[in-house]
Design a protein around this ligand. Sequence first.
Ligand code: 5RP
Length: 229
Amino acid sequence: MGVINQNQQDAEKLAAAIAAVKYVKNGDIVGLGTGTTATFAIKELGRLVGEGLSIKAVASSIRTEELARSLGIEVLELGEISSVDISIDGADEFTEALDLIKGGGGALFREKIMASLSKKAIIVTDASKKVKKLGAFTLPIEVIPFAYQYVFDQISQLNGKGKKRKTNNQDYITDNGNFIIDADFGLIDDPKALSDALNRIDGLLAHGLFINLTSRVIMSDQSEIIIFE
Ligand code: 5RP
């Protein structure tokens, strides 16, 4: 992507993030997502906390938790919270039906728990994330290491071409100490059916298909904010 396109995309991410943060109210417990778009929202929240907004947060990754704390946002333990008032997170792909692929940043498991706890789960994106059918972005799947080969083979049986995620030639390890398989299922005709089939595989901790977990997608396209709900 060229510099101009990158700047344009960042401007869109920032605009969507600022639009989403407007839904946060004093006293809310706010779920903080992971990734470049969520980071714009976290920084905006940090700015508002500096101006007196009173919120508590839960974080979907260690890096998000560190960023939030560095901005003066109080962060609670995700595992000790029964309900999140509003969460703001990014996505790798979304459809108008509000089905998502998430997990490009490897935080899908905590992001899914956070979305499940959220009364209002807001997704912020630039226009490049909107698709007719999910699946051009390979599906991230978090797998417990000792179940790796079993899960890999089960994914193959569902016609998924899996690849273990690596960084610098080393296995990518999630915040939870697990591997990620990025699986290519082609364009996905029935995301719910695939999600259900993956949920039945033992040792597969979480996959990046988010079905019925989103209240609203706020997408910025050039200078326009478009809301899907
Ligand atoms: C991390 C995620 C991110 O929300 C997703 O990858 C989008 O990231 P970005 O805003 O950087 O494009 O799911 O696990």
